[in-house]
Design a protein around this ligand. Structure first.
Ligand code: FAD
Length: 331
């Protein structure tokens, strides 16, 4: 590694140098990047997904969030759009990159042999999440009609869409799609895990059919449609439904245990921090859903505050000689 950094400083290889690396570009990472930029920190932001935004963007873009200060309500997608809008070109954003290694070399952390950074803020939320897939064998042509994230429900206008799942995301997606499409909601239990009020709303809609307790068993492409074979739970009954598209909302697999390899102390799957949001490793901070301490609640507004605490502490670490400006009106 020493050789790597020397090569960098000699200009042989192109590891780029930053004051701060933020790992995870969910709402907290995005806000932290903006706040760090206000403080003049040269910042790089990584995300494992192809786009930034974390849970609000990927899991509940249409849901109205009612507990973000100064907004009556704001959808997940709009909140993320606003946060993205605050990022200038001076912040380097690297998507489609799951950070795997962090090592220390002299005064720098080296991240995936790509970036040398004087400090790190981990904002990986619940971890790099991957959707739980529909556990059926299927051809590539069928896969093109199976969706795990939905951006524009209008894309499905006039079509028949199957939504698979029974949690809040499945119910939100079914309600949103029902504005444009015919929806069949398929869940393996009669009871839904998501909000009862949303189940009630769905039951009133004429273009929504609720199929419970059914489990998909087989999926074929017939005459350009998905032909899905459903089995009634606990019975031998089989039934067929025909769909144009299927949306799978079975949840996500994610964890943060990989940070253990970097020497970071965890409690369960979350990172322990002190009151400055510093981990057990000086120079590495964490904020947002990835952290744990007594009394913490997994809410966005709280994570924003944690990001401010962490960035302020990082400024003090990196520039002890500076008189720190706290209020943005003085930046
Ligand atoms: C259905 C639902 C509804 C919710 N409603 C509300 C609400 O009304 N109000 C509220 O305040 N909160 C709500 N929440 C909680 C809120 O979404 C979270 O508190 C918030 O998203 C946490 O933000 P974060 O940036 O810490 O993490 P996340 O949003 O999880 O973002 C983490 C990012 O890190 C990336 N990442 C992870 N590991 C790596 C890696 N190794 N390398 C690179 N990138 C990585 C991930 O891809 C992800 O983009 C809700 C959550 C859900 C699931």
């Amino acid at each position: 590694m020493l050789k790597l950094l020397h090569q960098y400083f000699e200009g042989v290889i192109k590891i780029r140098k930053f004051d701060l690396t933020i790992i995870g570009a969910g709402p907290i990472g995005l806000f932290a990047a903006h706040f760090a930029h206000l403080h003049g920190l040269k910042t790089v932001l990584f995300d494992s997904l192809s786009e930034t935004g974390g849970q609000p963007q990927m899991l509940y873009p249409f849901k109205k969030i009612k507990d973000i200060p100064a907004y009556d309500s704001i959808t997940g997608a709009k909140l993320i759009k606003n946060l993205q809008h605050k990022l200038t070109n001076e912040i380097t954003i690297l998507t489609n990159h799951k950070v795997k290694t962090v090592t220390k070399e002299d005064d720098y952390f080296v991240i995936d042999n790509l970036v040398a950074s004087r400090s790190i803020l981990i904002a990986t939320g619940a971890g790099a999440f991957k959707p739980k897939e529909l556990p059926l064998s299927m051809s590539e042509n069928i896969k093109k009609r199976i969706h795990y994230f939905i951006k524009n429900p209008q894309d499905f206008a006039g079509q028949t869409v199957g939504v698979f799942g029974g949690g809040d995301s499945a119910l939100d997606l079914a309600l949103e799609l029902a504005n444009y499409a015919n929806v069949k909601l398929i869940h393996r239990r009669n009871q839904f895990r998501g909000l009862e009020s949303n189940v009630k709303k769905l039951k009133t809609l004429k273009n929504v059919e609720i199929l419970t307790p059914y489990l998909p068993k087989k999926i074929n492409l017939v005459d350009n449609h998905l032909d899905v074979n459903l089995k009634e739970m606990g019975e031998d009954n089989l039934t067929n439904i025909v769909l144009d598209h299927a949306v799978v909302a079975y949840g996500f697999k994610a964890n943060n245990r990989f940070v253990k390899k970097w020497g970071i102390d965890l409690t369960g799957t979350q990172i322990k921090v002190n009151s400055s949001m510093q981990t057990n490793i000086p120079g590495i901070y964490a904020a947002g859903d990835v952290v744990t301490y007594a009394g913490r609640v997994p809410l966005i507004a709280l994570g924003f505050g944690e990001a401010q605490i962490a960035i302020t502490a990082i400024m003090r670490d990196l520039f002890p000689e500076k008189t720190l400006t706290i209020h943005s009106t003085s930046f």
